[in-house]
Design a protein around this ligand. Structure first.
Ligand code: GLU
Length: 449
């Protein structure tokens, strides 16, 4: 076996040995107890240890670069003013401008946004789009506010972020509870703050816009589509037919509902869905179009007449071949991982599996398509949107779908190859691909001064 001392990473351009980590204490210790960013650090340390990531690069990547917290007032419909707290965490911009979504959710907090920002850095590095990682959000339950209030909250947040955002600097996109409309308000507000002659050159300040405003064909379905492409690759690799495979989805928002439609189009059968309102199951298959129509009028999947009631424990115990968590973090844990019947978990959400849950999935031989690979379709098409805006082009859906597929399959194949080469799990392998790219660039660029 190779010892630490025998492994010397070289900067090809300088031909100088790079000092390997001194000892295990180079692992970056979690700072604040059991937060989500600790999950990121545990995943990061596993991969960094495996490849003996340069210890200085390790120090840099284990921290976020900028953390912006803004408190801003907004006038409510009843005339009162409420003060909101918004976050934007910029983790790293070594590979390109900061990039990542904005979420509106009551649980948004600095630790969560840090973790989500770091996952964006790894994701962009893994799939080879020239972006760094960022994430933002506001701690609110958007359902409690009127449309007018949501618009004013969004606009005032964009204004409060000011120059911390920019088309070549930091580019937001939709995430949990945000959509093309929110991006339109965000863009409009940002553009109002730049000189008139520069406005037309700045519409790529956000992605995930409505098509009429410069959004890309295929962006809305892109994340769910990417999940389906990754699942399809995994099934082909394992010589298994997707036709008549069963799957279950947690979360029926943009990612979950599109993943369901795309997997169904490949012949798989949706047998259970859970969202914040509850869960429904039907072993003979749920009618996805009917479910979508039901969710539009009832606000959630609970009591959908095309399936039977299921509680959370029943849902997590559903006999299904594929589980697509497409909601929030920390859903597959030491408690719930033993319940799963699936052979494959395809992570549509960011961070749905915590390290303890991950260890159980590994021990049980359940395949995992990790979030930074499985849900990368969204940011891939965000990149296409950004490019189209810069070039003043408009690609058709066929073009977008084809390019998305190509990029995602390329990343999938690199992760598979790395997992085989290093005899490691796919999450660690995905981190290795991403971290190696970042390390190379850091070693070539060096640290100023
Ligand atoms: N919010 C999405 C994600 O977590 C997309 C980010 C983007 O397109 O910038 O990957």
């Amino acid at each position: 076996m190779l010892t630490r001392e025998t492994i010397i990473t070289r900067n090809e351009y300088l031909d100088e040995p790079i000092v390997p980590p001194r000892d295990a204490s180079d692992a970056i210790a979690p700072v604040a107890g059991h937060g989500l960013f600790d999950n990121v650090l545990q995943q990061f340390n596993a991969a960094a240890d495996l490849i003996r990531l340069d210890r200085n690069v390790r120090k840099i990547l284990a921290r976020t670069k900028n953390e912006i917290v803004v408190n801003f007032p907004v006038r409510m419909d009843n005339g009162d003013v409420e003060v909101f707290t918004g976050y934007r965490v910029q983790h790293n911009d070594t590979l390109g401008p900061f990039k990542g979504g904005l979420r509106f959710h009551p649980d948004v907090n600095l630790d969560e946004v840090r973790a989500l920002a770091a996952w964006m850095t790894w994701k962009c590095a893994l799939v080879g789009v020239p972006f760094g990682g960022a994430k933002g959000g506001i701690q609110i339950d958007p359902a409690r506010y009127s449309i007018g209030e949501r618009e004013r909250i969004t606009r005032r947040f964009a204004f409060a972020l000011g120059d911390n955002i920019g088309p070549e600097y930091d580019i937001p996109a939709p995430d949990v509870n945000t959509n093309a409309q929110i991006m339109a308000w965000f863009m409009d507000t940002y553009l109002s703050t730049v000189p008139p002659h520069q406005r037309q050159n700045c519409i790529h300040v956000v992605t995930g816009k409505p098509i009429e405003l410069g959004g890309s064909a295929g962006r809305e379905k892109a994340t769910g589509q990417g999940v389906a492409v990754a699942v399809q690759c995994w099934y082909e690799d394992h010589g298994l037919p997707l036709r008549d495979a069963t799957f279950m989805v947690q979360g029926f928002g943009n990612v979950g509902s599109w993943a369901a439609r795309q997997l169904a189009a490949l012949g798989a059968r949706l047998v259970a869905v859970e969202d914040v309102t509850g869960a429904v199951a039907n072993p003979s298959g749920l009618d996805i179009d009917a479910l979508l129509a039901y969710v539009r009028t009832h606000g959630g999947v609970a009591r959908f007449p095309g399936g039977a009631f299921a509680d959370h424990i029943m849902f997590m115990n559903t006999p299904a071949d594929i589980f697509v968590p497409a909601a929030m973090e920390n859903q597959i844990t030491a408690e719930t991982a033993p319940w799963l019947k699936a052979r494959l978990v395809a992570e549509g959400a960011n961070g749905p599996t915590d390290p303890a849950g991950d260890a159980i999935l590994r021990a049980r031989g359940i395949g995992v398509l990790p979030d930074i690979l499985a849900n990368a379709g969204g940011v891939i098409v965000s990149y296409f949107e950004w490019l189209q805006n810069k070039r003043r082009e408009s690609w058709d859906l066929k073009e977008v779908d084809g390019q998305l597929r190509r990029k995602l399959i390329a990343a999938y194949e690199q992760v598979r190859a790395k997992a085989t080469e290093l005899k490691t799990d796919w999450r660690t392998a995905a981190y290795v691909v991403a971290l190696s790219r970042l390390e190379k660039v850091y070693l070539e660029r060096g640290i100023f001064p």
